[in-house]
Design a binder for this molecule. Sequence first.
Ligand SMILES: [Zn+2]
Length: 54
Amino acid sequence: MPTYEYQCTACKHSFSAIQTMSEHEKGKVACPKCKSKKVKQQISLFTAKTSRKS
Ligand SMILES: [Zn+2]
């Protein structure tokens, strides 16, 4: 199961979330600190590896 890295745009808290692909698609992620849904995804190692094929 992939780990997604997020940063909350409200409080700048960075966190990682382990989600299934379907959970990720639904965008069900909130900041664990302030509960804001305004989070942006960080580039993770997982993403970097798969997107390197140019
Ligand atoms: Zn937050």
